[in-house]
Ligand binder design. Structure first.
Ligand SMILES: O=C(O)CCC(=O)C(=O)O
Length: 369
């Protein structure tokens, strides 16, 4: 359990944080920038009214006293305010306030299936957003199969991201279409639209008709696959997260190009996501030896993505929808025979931050009840 302690070392008062990492002093500049004083923060938005870079570099704490569960801090620039120790503890972690991802494989059980009629209630919607954030996908059953219902479902979770394909797109087999997704061929595991900046955050695929025996949907968690790759071949993982690749899409009216590594890491080396679409990527010109090294790494990555130990495979029936984090969970489908009957899906994208915002709002609302 973390705590804040006032420590008086000689004349210079200090505030210490003690948590799982040990005990350490809280810097005066860090504290002063967090001042909750109404002169410093707008009371409605909580946003800061001044620029912290204008604080003097030699700022010091000149006073620290406990006052009815809070702490009055005074600073060498003359500022003084009451601080809530709990807020300081919470602010000591740069946490997004959402659950950590849970990597999964083919044996994931139970599947995160939610019923559309239930999702008008806060508790069920909260459970669905939590699954979406932790597992990177949810399945929603009992949805209406009328065209454009997908937009209502998308809007329950966030804001629809319109693209050159429109606010939603149709996935059914048609000759001479502008994407292989619109032919009856199998689609290996991939992320959508790596050629965009930013890449669409979440994808919804909604089944309106499926009279074929093939066309099974597949999902693979790149987090589990990347963990395995990093363990087996740390150099291969490093190459895929360092070497940029060129992704391109073009048709008569659009030409989209983005250059980025297949594995995207944040500043702290944690995986943000993957961009993986072997029908769209071009690797850079490198030496023969580096090309072979890169080839080995991407080959192993691809083998793991296609390894049945990582893949969920199921049939989407009419009224069923899958929603997944397009930067984390790869999707695909098996081939199908259009002569067996119709297979019609609709797809759309929403930004990745929508369900995360919804999760925080619902958590607040449910806690207040
Ligand atoms: O037809 C499907 O089930 C999936 C289509 C697909 O992968 C896509 O539109 O990106």
């Amino acid at each position: 359990m973390a705590e804040i302690r006032i420590v008086n070392e000689g004349a210079a008062p200090m505030l210490h944080l003690r948590d799982a990492q040990g005990e350490r002093p809280l810097p005066a500049l860090w504290l002063r920038a967090r001042s909750p004083d109404p002169q410093e923060r707008d009371e409605v938005t909580g946003q800061r009214l001044s620029n912290p870079h204008q604080l003097p570099e030699d700022l010091r704490l000149t006073g620290a006293q406990a006052e009815a569960g809070r702490i009055r801090l005074s600073f060498s620039d003359g500022h003084s305010a009451l601080f809530d120790p709990q807020e300081l503890i919470e602010g000591s972690v740069l946490d997004e306030g959402t659950p950590a991802p849970r990597a999964w494989r083919a044996d994931l059980s139970p599947l995160p299936i939610h019923q559309w009629p239930d999702l008008s209630g806060d508790a069920a919607l909260f459970a669905a957003t939590r699954d979406l954030i932790e597992l990177g996908f949810v399945l929603i059953h009992a949805t209406p199969t009328d065209p454009k219902a997908i937009l209502d479902i998308a809007r329950r979770f966030g804001f629809v991201r319109e693209t050159n394909f429109g606010s939603y797109f149709e996935v059914y087999s048609r000759p001479n279409s502008n994407d292989l997704a619109y032919r009856p061929v199998a689609l290996g595991p991939h992320t959508d639209n790596p050629y965009r900046t930013p890449v669409p955050g979440l994808q919804l695929l909604h089944c309106l008709q499926n009279q074929t025996s093939g066309g099974l949907s597949t999902l693979v968690d790149s987090l589990a696959v990347a963990q395995q790759l990093q363990q087996e071949e740390p150099e291969g993982f490093a190459l895929l997260s360092r070497i940029p690749v060129r992704f391109e899409y073009r048709d008569a009216t659009t030409q989209l190009v983005a250059v980025k590594p297949m594995i995207e890491l944040d500043g702290m080396g944690q995986m943000i996501g993957v961009h993986y679409s072997p029908r769209l990527d071009d690797i850079p010109l490198m030496s023969d030896a580096d090309t072979r090294r890169y080839h080995r790494a991407r080959k192993r990555f691809g083998q793991l993505f296609e390894d049945p130990r990582y893949e969920l495979r199921f049939k989407l029936d009419p009224g069923q929808l899958m929603m997944f984090d397009n930067n984390r969970v790869l999707h695909g489908r098996t081939s199908f025979n259009p002569a067996e009957g119709h297979r019609q899906l609709q797809g759309c994208y929403i930004d990745r931050d929508g369900p995360r915002s919804l999760y925080r709002v619902l958590r607040r609302r449910l806690a207040a009840q």
